[in-house]
Ligand binder design. Structure first.
Ligand code: ZN
Length: 167
């Protein structure tokens, strides 16, 4: 099946919701649809394929999205804790939580929203990888001690990052 056919067969998405769907990897899309069925949360895709040769998005192997509470599409996002757990349990090769996104909610107001990037990049040097971004800075998880490190050496636990976002 093509990526478009997989989405057409899914009860949760229509092709117009996924930018550049025809250039997405079908196996990745199948996995994304399975993830959506498993976690059960309304999901808004904010980016899929884009022209970026160095990124998993440019290979059709990544999606950025925002998850919402059941029945609360574009009204109430999932908490960062639940988003992280749902993402982490699925075994994506790359996963990043974004604390610095904005979203126009259904009431017309634009406010902060926590979003997630998931990918299946095969790159053996840069995957598996977990990270978060806050205030435009990236923090990458160290596989030995579990902390998230900025290039400056500053480190945070995931709990600390979540509490900054919630404050
Ligand atoms: Zn992304």
């Amino acid at each position: 099946m093509t990526a478009v056919e997989i989405i057409e067969a899914s009860p949760h998405f229509s092709p117009g919701e996924i930018p550049g769907l025809e250039k997405m990897d079908p196996e990745f899309i199948k996995r994304f649809v399975q993830w959506r069925e498993w976690h059960g949360m309304p999901t808004m895709v904010t980016s899929a394929f884009r022209n970026s040769p160095t990124s998993a998005h440019g290979k059709g192997l990544a999606i950025d999205c925002i998850l919402f509470m059941p029945g609360k599409y574009r009204v109430e996002t999932l908490s960062a804790e639940r988003l992280w757990r749902i993402t982490e349990l699925w075994g994506w090769r790359g996963a990043g939580i974004y604390f610095d996104w904005n979203l126009q909610y259904r009431n017309g107001q634009t406010a902060k929203a926590v979003g997630v990037h998931v990918d299946m990049s095969p790159d053996p040097h840069r995957r598996p990888l977990r990270w978060f971004r806050a205030d435009r800075s990236y923090y990458y998880q160290n596989v030995i001690d579990g902390y998230f490190y900025a290039k400056s050496g500053v480190k945070y636990t995931l709990d600390q990052a979540i509490s900054f976002f919630n404050s």
